[in-house]
Design a protein around this ligand. Structure first.
Ligand code: N01
Length: 873
């Protein structure tokens, strides 16, 4: 063991922890020529693999992938014996790595870092340890692991028990012999599920106390996968590259098969294949939609429950072991060896704490609400204060004496999971807000270590010595992490991913679920954009390019990526007939739209002939309902009753109003002002026929999307000028209100977000002569805006039309017309309407439906509702 460092010692970097991340970080820092001290609380290297020595402990990512990849010679020098290596073998590997690169000499073992404070004057961190060291360093790197601080047993009477007590996470080095003993295991997460079958082999009686049943699949351990070994042998670098750019950190095919639409045969075949494979990413990826769509998730979960029922003999025990309170995958699923079979042994019993909770631990055992048990030993497999526990364990004080724990009292806030504002030069490896525990940790660790090392090399080269994220970049990243989580089922579970396992811990979805590949790209983009969102200072000056690296909704970005990959011709390069055919073809492959009470098609009279309409009636009993006349989008050229059918159904179902969607005449066959005149005529017709449509007379509102919102807005002006009909409100979703294309959103969003500047020009050219484009019957913003119905205007961030929508809301307000605004954050012109495809659109449409309910009421109520929504916005 090394001597404790003295007060005067100064290092370029201090690293906390000598597990997978600390060891590699040390190696990279040394390569940069830096002086480094690693503090490790254990008396050897290994981190999590040092501590978790319980029987059955193994990795749950195949060892072909769960290893360092930074040195091909290291890979040649080590051969794993199994598909999933045991804890002793992984620990041996880490010892081998430490020895191979001579890393131990810079590690101070049996020493935990107690506090760290930033010395502003010196631009250095002062570190104290539990052994009294006080050292200083320029860079302070927390390589302290995501699952390293055990959760203290929050069970009444836990310290009263006089028998043997064991924690899976702090298992005795000499091992434990349970032969002939009555043993209790509390907890059925991965640690419990791995250890229970082996403890059962020795114990004379084993009682498992289960609070939440867990999904587990057989690991099918054995020799490493021949397929993976062949791939590695043939092209090691290619294999590692594929892992780094994969979703989870291990190469594998992603499916685009949806659980909800797959046939029964395909579902079964895909599930059984994943079951046989025995890998986490396989069973989590049976269907592309299983972690976002409850119905798809239920298919996989149901099949796993079937397997449990067919394995466990006693139906009551099988039922109690079958998870039903969380979606499959939203709590970490387990890989096991004979777990469910263990419950068929005569000396093994499951106690379901849902039916008989523990009341107290006693001197001799455990009391539940209905029974008393005596034990020789109790094993706690009760988990960890995950992801933030080890970071919070160091009392860190940053700029101006700010405490990290206080800053994070409501949940952690980081930039990229790497740093946090106010704590310069403090890096976290696999911190909250990075893929970390959702990925193959070794790949994520290497990526973070490499990023940090490359960053420090850059700073040295530029004579910079302090780095810190900006508040803007950090809050933007936090929003992105939440947006990614929000489109999945993860936040619905009481998991340690959510901090829900530790009483009092804020409920925040901690890891980044956007994928290892997307995350790596974001980190690379930050660097290529001049370390966007970081402030760096030093002799080389001060550098800061502030900004947010990802502000688009993740599912919107995914749709754009898929569309870009399809190499579709730009719509404006097609003849109109082909563009319409293309729109119809895409409409035909949409997922099923929401159910409403009734849908009927009809025809009304318009100025140039019959206008087809489709009426959507809400399922709610009662009525009549208020009515909204709706106009579809499509640049006055494209679209019809089918094109906006999902959006109309969604609005109808959410708002409980009758929607009459009207098809108007299209350009170029019928040019300006045909569409606007049709819209006005449709409003007149619906107002006159409200009662026969089953709607409330006198409560007619208008709505539309894009060019449909344009003619809806114009219809309001025409109705006012004509003295009727009375319109109670106007909902304008991403409206066209002007022909002026010089507003900034055209420059920012004119290309790459589906509705392009070129396409808008094409629409205008088809609809209106240049001489007509200032006419208020198409450029609504140029009309008289006094005395119009209250409006709700929806704008999308990545829409060329964003700024004219905002300008219209401002202009209406200036003219005394109430106008609320809903911002579709991170959306494009079209994404909000992609019902059932873009999940992040749903909460915005809920907001829109809420506003719509206000717009259809009596006018005064609509104005009130809008004032509130504007205040909220
Ligand atoms: O911990 P856990 P773990 N009374 O939190 C129960 C990784 N890992 O150590 O779900 C009664 O998952 C708790 O019940 P509930 C892996 O990422 C990997 O097993 O809170 N019960 C749960 O059943 C894993 O996910 C491997 O209702 C109580 C259990 O204890 C993570 O580490 C192996 C309780 C805790 O499960 C954590 O796994 C092991 C109480 N008061 C771990 N408090 C590999 O295979 C808690 N529980 C690589």
């Amino acid at each position: 063991m090394n001597q404790p460092a003295t007060v005067s010692e100064q290092f370029d970097a201090v690293v906390v922890g000598a597990g997978f991340s600390g060891l590699y970080m040390l190696r990279r820092l040394r390569q940069l020529g830096m002086s480094v001290r690693v503090f490790e609380s254990a008396d050897d290297v290994g981190g999590t693999w040092y501590w978790n020595r319980y029987p059955g402990a193994r990795c749950d990512i195949p060892t072909t992938d769960y290893a360092y990849s930074f040195d091909p010679e290291l890979e040649e020098a080590w051969t794993w014996s199994e598909k999933y290596a045991t804890q002793p073998e992984i620990l041996d590997y880490l010892r081998f790595v430490a020895d191979r690169y001579g890393l131990r000499s810079d590690v101070e073992f049996s020493t935990a870092v107690a506090s760290a404070s930033w010395d502003e004057q010196e631009g250095r961190w002062r570190i104290t340890t539990d052994r009294g060291d006080e050292v200083s360093c320029r860079y302070f790197i927390m390589a302290s692991g995501c699952l390293s601080v055990p959760k203290s047993p929050d069970i009444e009477g836990a310290d009263r028990f006089e028998g043997q007590v064991y924690f899976t996470s702090r298992w005795p080095h000499e091992g434990v012999d349970f032969t002939g003993q009555r043993v209790a295991v509390i907890g059925t997460g991965s640690s419990g599920i791995q250890s229970i079958p082996l403890i059962a082999r020795q114990a004379s009686q084993l009682t498992v106390f289960q609070r939440t049943p867990n999904f587990s699949i057989p690991a099918h351990n054995g020799p490493a996968s021949a397929d993976r070994l062949t791939q590695l042998a043939e092209d090691r670098e290619g294999y590692r590259h594929a892992a780094r750019w994969s979703r989870g950190g291990a190469p594998g095919e992603l499916t685009d098969i949806l659980g909800i639409t797959a046939s029964g045969e395909v579902r079964r075949q895909r599930f059984e294949a994943a079951w046989e494979q025995g890998e986490l990413f396989g069973i989590l990826g049976v269907f592309a939609d299983q972690l976002v769509n409850p119905a798809s998730n239920d298919i996989v979960a149901g099949m796993i429950r079937e397997k449990i029922r067919s394995t466990v003999n006693d139906p009551g025990t099988a039922e109690a072991l079958s998870p039903k309170d969380h979606y499959f995958g939203t709590k970490r699923p387990c890989l096991d060896t004979g777990y469910f079979e263990t419950y068929n042994l005569p000396h093994v019993r499951l106690v379901d704490l849902r039916t008989q909770p523990i009341t107290t631990v006693t001197r001799t055992g455990i009391d539940t609400a209905s029974e008393s048990f005596d034990f020789d030993a109790i094993v706690y497999a009760t988990g960890f204060d995950a992801m933030t526990g080890a970071l919070a364990a160091v009392d860190a004080t940053g700029r101006d004496g700010a405490s990290l724990n206080e800053k994070w009292a409501a949940g952690p806030s980081t930039y990229l999971g790497l740093m946090t504002a106010g704590f310069p030069n403090l890096f976290m490896i696999t911190g909250p807000g990075s893929p970390s525990v959702l990925s193959n940790m070794t790949v994520s660790i290497e990526q973070h270590v490499d990023w940090i090392a490359d960053c420090l090399a850059h700073m040295t080269a530029e004579s910079l010595d302090t780095i810190e994220p900006t508040a803007l970049a950090e809050s933007g990243w936090g929003q992105h992490v939440r947006d990614c989580g929000a489109i999945t089922l993860y936040p619905t579970a009481n998991s340690w991913y959510m901090g829900a396992n530790v009483p009092g811990k804020p409920r925040v979805f901690l890891p980044y679920v956007g994928g290892v590949n997307a995350y790596r790209q974001a980190c690379d983009d930050v660097v290529s954009r001049g370390y966007l969102g970081f402030r760096m200072t030093g002799q080389g000056g001060e550098r800061c390019r502030d900004g947010v690296i990802r502000s688009m909704q993740p599912d919107v970005a995914m749709v754009l990526e898929i569309m870009a990959g399809m190499g579709l011709p730009p719509l404006e390069t097609l003849p109109v007939a082909d563009a319409r055919a293309f729109m119809a073809a895409t409409a035909a492959v949409r997922p099923p739209a929401p159910e409403v009470g009734e849908v009927t098609d009809g025809v009304m009279r318009g100025p140039g002939g019959d206008l087809p309409y489709r009426l959507y009636r809400p399922a709610e009993p009662g009525g009549p309902h208020p009515v909204v006349v709706y106009f579809h989008g499509g640049g006055w050229v494209l679209g019809d009753l089918d094109s906006d059918d999902p959006l109309c159904r969604d609005l109808c179902a959410r708002s409980g109003v009758v929607i009459v969607s009207v098809n108007y005449r299209h350009a170029p066959e019928a040019r300006f002002p045909a569409a606007a005149l049709d819209a006005f005529a449709a409003v007149q017709w619906v107002a006159a026929n409200a009662a026969s449509l089953g709607a409330i007379p006198g409560q007619v509102a208008v709505a539309g999307w894009s060019a449909g919102a344009n003619i809806a807005a114009v219809a309001c002006q025409l109705a006012r000028d004509a003295g009727g009909p009375a319109i109670s409100g106007q909902l304008l979703i991403s409206p066209v209100v002007d022909s002026d294309m010089t507003r900034p959103s055209y420059a920012e969003n004119g290309d790459g977000y589906v509705l392009t500047t070129a396409l808008m020009r094409w629409f205008w050219d088809h609809y209106a002569d240049p001489a007509d484009r200032g006419d208020p019957r198409v450029a609504a913003i140029r009309g008289d805006l006094h005395g119009l119905p209250p409006a709700c205007i929806v704008t999308a961030d990545f829409d060329p039309l964003r700024d004219e929508g905002l300008a219209y809301a401002r202009a209406l307000k200036a003219a005394g017309t109430p106008a609320g605004h809903i911002r579709a954050r991170g959306h494009t012109h079209t994404s909000l309407t992609m019902v059932g495809v873009v999940i992040s659109g749903a909460p915005v449409r809920a907001e829109i439906a809420e506003a719509l309910r206000g717009l259809v009421g009596p006018v005064a109520a609509a104005a009130d509702a809008l004032t509130e929504s504007a205040a909220a916005g």
